[in-house]
Ligand binder design. Structure first.
Ligand SMILES: Nc1ncnc2c1ncn2[C@@H]1O[C@H](COP(=O)(O)OP(=O)(O)OP(=O)(O)O)[C@@H](O)[C@H]1O
Ligand SMILES: Nc1ncnc2c1ncn2[C@@H]1O[C@H](COP(=O)(O)OP(=O)(O)OP(=O)(O)O)[C@@H](O)[C@H]1O
Ligand SMILES: [Mg+2]
Ligand SMILES: [Mg+2]
Lengths: 256, 256
């Protein structure tokens, strides 16, 4: 019974793609069958998994607008048990094209129904906005993972995001729960990081995950090799913390 | 005759707001009369300039949807000659509400016409997307400043952005020019930064600005004090590089 986790935060550059790519890969290394859905027109998760965008005939756009089934779109990756549904610039058009439909916020949910049971986990990487694409992901998911950079502006956005989550729970998807808030790019030497971590743990004691992802150059190098950092440099601090996150996510999902 | 500069890049977290806030302030310190338009529903530029969002009665949203004039919305800041038009969450609604209008991409342009000549510079901070808000900014502006983080994913987005710019020049705004590509959060000690800078200078020799903004903790601390880094810590490397950027921008604008 596939657990659907949306990785979302409208603040840009907080580590959504990096988290989606590494969590998916680490879950597959735990022998879970995983589907990663790239739901950002930038297609960073597609590139981060080593898929060449320019040769793709079909992407997730074709399931939303041209009614292709997701089963026809998924591509195997270098990691056994991990599959990806790629994205490219076409997806930017979907935001406008979906707006005209009656059930515009549940198009992805209906598509995922067809294949949900074939996977243990489905991870959705969202774009940095609260538009129709992210809305579709939040309606489809029962769990939400929110990466937050250890920076001031990133904290500001949380209040807005949690307000939108409450609205979605009340009207469109009562199953949606916050799986956790993940602190990313932490540099423990700085006061700012310490203040943000303390602030988040104070305001969101239940949601804040124990795992904190450190800032680590190997993490930002890995996309240029088309590999998640857990494969690119398994012994670095970034890879270790993403493996720790994966164990914490598995435990939190089992508790539900 | 106000020069309108849009600060845009659909990639998230590349330094758009930090650049808009510091460039605006440094231009005002050069005795230019400046208007900063916060055009991101996150309202980070509003917070970064020390404006308390919760007490605002009107924001830029009211000019787009309730037809208030921008002159009624601008607020003075702590820096003489610098004014801001604030934003808050309401602006997120504008993306959908504008979609139904006939000239939906030129609403901001028409509003700016009324006050354009009262300022030397108008700086627009854009959200991390290529939706209707950013489109309105690109139709209003004659100059585009593109911050790019010294990271792999940030480079990937440039190809998409330049494709959109070409379309806008051909159809909606023939005056639009790229003022420059600004490399941000550079850590010269890493290979990744060196590679990205070399790659950008090779692909975009004319557009790449000479000024490079270093990664500097004082820059990321400044928003929590409601001040741009050029006021918060004028002697740090981040502030010095933003002052250098400002001199380079003034020169490039004069050459046009
Ligand atoms: N722990 C880390 N240490 C160092 N760099 C990191 C880390 N996590 C992410 N990065 C880098 O920071 C940048 C932003 O991360 P990423 O692209 O994953 O964020 P995002 O939230 O998906 O961005 P967007 O809002 O554009 O979708 C990327 O260049 C990435 O390589
Ligand atoms: N030169 C720098 N050194 C260190 N930190 C920086 C620097 N420039 C920006 N930052 C920090 O990096 C984060 C991202 O910057 P900023 O919010 O300006 O980017 P943005 O492109 O406006 O993001 P968004 O896409 O969400 O609008 C912020 O927390 C900011 O304080
Ligand atoms: Mg991303
Ligand atoms: Mg911003």
């Amino acid at each position: 019974m596939g657990v659907i986790i949306a990785v979302a935060n409208q603040k840009g550059g907080v580590g959504k793609t990096t988290t989606a790519v590494n969590l998916s890969t680490a879950l597959a290394l735990h022998k879970k069958k995983v589907l990663l859905v790239d739901f950002d027109p930038q297609g960073n998760a597609t590139t981060g998994m080593g898929v060449e965008k320019s040769v793709l005939k079909f992407t997730v756009y074709d399931s939303l607008i041209n009614n292709l089934s997701l089963r026809d779109l998924l591509i195997p990756t270098a990691t056994p048990l991990l599959y990806i549904i790629p994205a490219n610039l076409d997806l930017a058009g979907a935001e406008v094209e979906l707006a005209g439909l009656t059930h515009r916020e549940s198009v992805l949910q209906n598509k995922l129904k067809e294949i949900k049971d074939e996977f243990d986990y489905i991870i959705i990487d969202c774009p940095p906005s609260l538009g129709l694409l992210t809305l579709n992901a939040l309606v489809s998911a029962e769990s939400l993972l929110v990466p937050v950079q250890c920076e001031y502006y990133a904290m500001e956005g949380l209040v807005q995001l949690f307000g939108v989550i409450r609205e979605i729970k009340d009207s469109l998807n009562s199953r949606l729960r916050i799986l956790g808030i993940l602190l990313t790019m932490a540099d423990r030497r700085t006061n700012l990081t310490q203040q943000v971590i303390a602030e988040i743990r104070r305001h969101f004691p239940r949601e804040a995950l124990r795992t904190v992802i450190p800032r680590n150059i190997r993490v930002s190098e890995s996309p240029s090799y088309g590999k998640p950092v857990v494969l690119y440099d398994p012994r670095c601090s970034g890879a270790k913390s993403y493996r720790k996150l994966t164990r914490e996510v598995i435990k939190r999902v089992q508790k539900r």
